[in-house]
Design a protein around this ligand. Structure first.
Ligand code: SF4
Length: 356
């Protein structure tokens, strides 16, 4: 179905009014038309809560105040600042994107959504958000939250795990845009879509009683809200166990741990990690372990998008700080300097709290 004329005409004004009056204001990336800042916030906010992003966003901007400083930074500095935010391909693409903007666009982000979408790591919805926020382009964002809101609003039963249905919903989203909006209208409208999905039309228990577009919502009037969005393909998570061999040694400057850079592809790509083994037997095979006591620490369960990792940390106190493996990109890192390397989230919590 396509949005009815009445719903299409009423949706945008109602959403804009509500956003100006009751939406989120004062977030550090609001009130700017600087594409660098908007882009950075949009990438950080993908799959990540606002409350988590706030600290990272400020630290990132202090270290890299503009696209030139980010483009010129070493990989490790970018990954270290991103460490803990997860979905690390975002950080790698962010860095590549900054380098492309500098080398191919003279340090200026393109202004249209269509051109922005050609840059590394910028998908259609992120491109639309940057173009709408910074240039008032009349284009709709359609991320996961917006897809949920609009499929309920329009009682759209196309399967959102199919790209044809996603495209159909995108067309409907375009039809709902305000007619002849000012740039300020597009800012309020785009932010309104985000705010509605984040704070009212939530995945479970949406707050329909306080929704500014309740009178236009087809799923609400039919009492079928929980049926949307329709998604037949469910996410399947594979279970895997990893053994993490934590070599620790004392030095005059403090305790150090041995970390190796992960391969450029796969889980925790390019981050620093302890040596990883797929079984306890393999972890115990190292001749360097002979005569040393191995402490088993409590396992940690860590969920990734497609995998659930059960991590088994094994702690060993090394007699010296010689290289622990022939790994080309391994190094001893002082425990109080861990913030200078990019670490996977579970190691960021685990390593500073190792038992004495
Ligand atoms: Fe979502 Fe309820 Fe509002 Fe409909 S009325 S858009 S289901 S919050």
């Amino acid at each position: 179905m396509t949005p009815g004329a009445e719903g299409a005409a009423g949706f945008a004004p109602a959403l804009i009014r509500w956003q100006r009056h009751s939406g989120r204001h004062g977030l550090p990336w609001q009130g700017t038309r600087d594409p660098y800042r908007v882009w950075l916030s949009e990438i950080m906010l993908q799959q990540t809560q606002v409350s988590t992003v706030l600290g990272y966003y400020d630290r990132f901007l202090q270290r890299f105040p503009d696209v030139h400083s980010l483009a010129a930074a070493p990989d490790d500095d970018v990954m270290a600042l991103w460490s803990g935010l997860g979905y690390y391909s975002r950080a790698r693409n962010l860095h590549r994107c900054a380098q492309t903007v500098v080398s191919e666009h003279g340090g200026v982000f393109p202004s249209s959504a269509r051109a922005l979408e050609t840059l590394p790591g910028i998908g259609a919805s992120t491109a639309a958000a940057i173009a709408a926020f910074c240039h008032g382009e009349r284009i709709s964002i359609v991320d996961g939250n917006v897809r949920r809101v609009l499929s309920r609003l329009l009682a759209f039963d196309g399967d959102q795990s199919q790209s044809a249905s996603q495209r159909a919903l995108w067309d409907m989203a375009q039809a709902l845009l305000p007619t002849e909006p000012t740039a300020a209208d597009m800012v309020a409208y785009t932010q309104g879509l985000m705010d509605l999905g984040a704070s009212i039309c939530s995945r479970t228990r949406p707050g329909c009683e306080r929704c500014p577009v309740q009178s236009l919502c087809l799923a609400h009037s039919a009492g079928t809200v929980e049926r949307y969005p329709v998604k037949t393909r469910k996410l399947l998570r594979r279970h895997e166990s990893w053994w993490l061999l934590i070599w620790r040694c004392a030095s005059p400057d403090g305790q150090k741990v041995w970390l190796e850079r992960r391969p450029a592809r796969g889980i925790w790509a390019s981050l620093y990690c302890t040596p990883v083994f797929s079984s306890e037997a393999l972890a115990s095979e190292s001749p360097r372990l002979a005569g040393l006591v191995v402490h088993e620490l409590p396992p940690i369960v860590h969920s990734l998008t497609h995998r659930e990792l059960r991590l088994h940390p094994l702690l060993v106190d090394a007699p010296s700080d010689r290289a622990m493996t022939a790994h080309a990109d391994g190094q001893w890192v002082l425990l109080d300097r861990l913030d200078q390397v990019g670490l996977p989230t579970p190691l960021r919590s685990l390593l500073p709290q190792l038992p004495a």
